[in-house]
Structures are given as structure tokens and as C-alpha cells.
Design a protein around this ligand. Structure first.
Ligand code: GDP
Ligand code: MN
Length: 380
């Protein structure tokens, strides 16, 4: 789960990493009030789950509360890389002497946390990595040894940070960032830029914080930070019902059981000349309620013109899935043509149940390719 800048900064603050004081605002009036309370020059920052806000015009300095309100007016509703701005972070503006970059992420190859630090912050880190790799200091942390201060010092020297006062502050920040990374079960903690003010204070001016979804159960306070409004309504419904759902942009809705089968169903739809509108993965289940939930979510997408129901039953039984389907069609008003391909355990019984039900929007096909062709045809 990706956190907004202001949420990441809240965690930074909790772990003792210096950040500027600020307030969240959702309207120009709230932005004005926030600026009044903060009582200094402020920076008005779009809160979206994407980078490059500065370049897109989503970050503006304001000298007065009225100016903060004007900037808020301009930034709210702005589209930044496909993300609409609905919230702002208003913080006390900082004077910037230098911009560095510091991050800790997972290096899956090494199976270790990896720190990166460079004095060339503020810009695209990929650019630095590609063009001046020697400027980017790296450090792996052994999870068994844990993190030692001497390692942080080595990282700081390697990055070429020579001022003793800066070294001292960055050493503390590196250690606290590791605490935050481990403590919040993060996949990424990035500070770009990590600034040095003219007075020599080092602090985090931005935050990019990604928490491992699988660990959210351990962190109810972080799980609560999820902004459901940032997701399309079907994705919200899927999340509530714990159904795996992914939105795509074609016209055939796909329901399958198991990630591998679903992926190959996407390929077969493409082979048949169509495009998937979305997909739901029933996983190993396939009980009636699971089928009802999945069909409701798939058919709620207005782009869906036909549905391909692809089941390869191992533990799942096709007769149970067939009954679930009929139950779903009774409970909902799904009128889309549904093409069904059953294989595996009790496939024959499942097909028989559907046939006996005599629904004219259900089309049974024997193979995956035939089913895909039919679904694409029916979507025309
Ligand atoms: P990003 O563009 O999404 O990465 O957003 P950042 O929070 O990193 O801000 C982008 C740039 O805006 C920074 O690199 C700074 O140059 C500038 N900026 C952000 N906050 C301040 C501030 O408080 N004072 C000044 N002078 N510039 C700021
Ligand atoms: Mn940034």
C-alpha cells in the first residue's frame, strides 16, 4: 500500500525523522486556515499517489493565507499523471541550501534491505543511477546482523558528505529510517529531497512510503490510512469482499480460479482478437457466495459486454460453481452473455446443471479457445 506524502511524514515524525510542520486541507478555505495557523510562508502540495508533482505544477509556495487559498483553488481538481487531486498538504516552507536523496528498499536479489544515498537529490533518481552511478552510494543491511552505526557512516562517506554537522544529522536519520522501514514493514521509504537548510538543518522535504500489504494486519493504524476514494468503485467493492479484482480497458469480463489460469485466459482473449475489461480471481475457492460476489463486481463495470467464466477445477468442484452461478443470476440482474468453460472435477455435472437451468444468457463451450472466441464474438 502506498501512502500519501503527509501520511509518510506522519510516520517519519513518529520515528523521529525531522519534517516540517503542516496540515491537511481539502478546500481553499481550509488551506487559508492552515496557512494562518502555521503563520509562515507555506508550501501548498498536491497529495496524489504519484511522483513528479513539482514538475506538473502541483507544488506552490505561498507568502500569505490568501495566496495559499488561491494556489489551493488551482491545484485541487488538477490531474497529475491520471490522479485527480482531492487533498493538499500545507506545510511551513523551507529554505533550501542543498537537496540530497536517501532511500531504503528491498533488494530481492540479495534478500537484504538496500540503502541509497546521493548528494544529487531533488531530481529523478533513475537519472542519477544511469548517468552518474558513482555518485550513488549503496549499502546492504544484513537482516541477521541488524543495522550498525558504522555501516551508516560508511554510506555517508561513500556519498561524499563531508560536513561533520551534516554527517551527524544524516547518521541519525539513516538509523531512524531503518527503524521506520522495519517497524512499519515497509517495502520502500524514500526521502527525495532530503534537504539541508541555510542554517545547516537536515530534514525530509518529501516522503514516499510503501507498506507491505501482507503485513497490514499487524498495523491497523497504517491500514486505516488507506484512502478508499482513490480507488474505482468496483475495486472498493472487491476489496471489501476480499475478491482479487483488476480493472483493464477492454470489453470482456473474466472470471477464473487461480492466478495462472486467469493470466492465460487474458492471453487467449487476446488471441481471439478481443480485449479483457477486467478480471476476478476466485482463487482456490469457488463457493456460491464467492461466485456471487465476483460476478457482481465484474458486471458492475460498464465496459463489460460479455463475461468469460473459466474454471479448471481441482479442489474446486464445477457442480458447486454452477450452482453458485445460478444463485448469482437469481440474486442479481446480470443480463450479460456469460460463456462458461468447465474442466476438471465434476465438469460434466456442472455443465449439466447449467443446461438444465435453461438460461438463454449462458453459453457453454468445451475448450478455452472456443470459449474465448465466443466471448469475444458476444462482446461485439
Ligand atoms: P515531487 O515533485 O512530487 O517529488 O515533490 P517534492 O515534495 O519532492 O517537491 C518538489 C520540489 O519542490 C522540491 O525538490 C523543492 O525544490 C520544491 N519544494 C518543495 N517544498 C519546498 C519548500 O518548502 N521550499 C522550497 N523553497 N521549495 C520546496
Ligand atoms: Mn520528491
Amino acid at each position: 500500500m502506498d501512502l500519501y506524502e503527509y501520511q509518510g511524514k506522519e510516520l517519519f515524525k513518529r520515528f523521529g525523522i525531522p519534517v516540517s510542520e503542516g496540515r491537511v486541507a481539502a478546500t481553499p478555505d481550509e488551506a487559508r486556515a492552515a496557512a494562518e495557523e502555521l503563520g509562515t510562508q507555506v508550501v501548498v502540495k498536491a497529495q496524489v499517489l504519484t511522483g513528479g508533482r513539482g514538475k506538473a505544477g502541483g507544488i506552490k509556495l505561498a507568502d500569505s493565507p490568501d495566496e495559499a487559498a488561491q494556489h489551493a483553488e488551482a491545484i485541487l481538481g488538477m490531474d497529475i499523471n491520471g490522479h485527480v487531486v482531492r487533498k493538499l498538504w500545507i506545510e511551513q516552507a523551507s529554505d533550501i541550501e542543498r537537496e540530497y536523496y536517501l532511500s531504503v528498499t528491498f533488494d530481492r536479489g540479495e534478500k537484504k534491505a538496500l540503502f541509497m544515498l546521493t548528494k544529487e537529490g531533488g531530481i529523478d533518481i533513475e537519472e542519477v543511477a544511469a548517468e552518474r552511478p558513482e555518485a550513488l552510494a549503496r549499502l546492504h543491511v544484513d537482516p541477521l546482523e541488524g543495522f550498525q552505526p558504522y555501516q551508516a557512516r560508511r554510506l555517508i562517506y561513500a556519498a561524499g558528505i563531508e560536513d561533520p554537522d551534516e554527517q551527524k544529522q544524516i547518521l541519525t536519520i539513516v538509523q531512524k529510517l531503518y527503524d521506520a522501514f522495519v517497524g512499519a514493514d515497509a517495502m520502500l521509504c524514500e526521502i527525495n529531497p532530503l534537504i539541508v537548510t541555510p542554517e545547516g538543518q537536515v530534514k525530509a522535504l518529501d516522503s514516499k512510503f510503501t507498506v507491505d500489504d501482507s503485513a497490514l494486519y499487524k498495523h491497523p493504524d497504517i491500514a486505516e490510512m488507506r484512502d478508499l476514494e482513490a480507488y474505482p468503485p468496483e475495486e472498493r467493492a472487491a476489496r471489501e469482499k476480499s475478491v482479487t479484482y483488476v480493472k483493464l480497458d477492454g470489453e470482456v469480463g473474466i472470471l477464473g480460479n487461480g492466478a495462472g489460469l486467469v493470466m492465460s485466459t487474458l492471453d487467449v482473449i487476446a488471441l481471439a482478437g478481443g480485449k479483457p475489461a477486467n478480471f476476478c480471481d476466485l482463487g482456490g475457492g469457488g463457493d456460491a457466495q464467492g461466485v456471487v460476489d465476483a460476478l457482481e463486481i465484474i458486471s458492475a463495470d460498464p465496459q463489460v459486454k460479455s463475461i468469460l467464466f473459466n474454471i479448471f477445477a481441482g479442489i474446486t468442484r464445477c457442480d458447486i460453481v454452477a450452482r453458485g452461478m445460478l444463485q448469482a443470476l437469481d440474486q442479481t440482474k446480470i443480463a450479460h452473455p456469460i460463456v462458461v468453460r468447465f474442466d476438471g472435477t465434476n465438469a460434466e455435472e456442472g455443465r449439466q446443471i447449467l443446461e438444465d437451468a435453461g438460461r438463454d444468457n449462458i453459453h457453454v463451450e468445451a475448450t478455452m479457445l472456443d470459449a474465448a472466441r465466443r466471448a469475444v464474438e458476444l462482446a461485439q
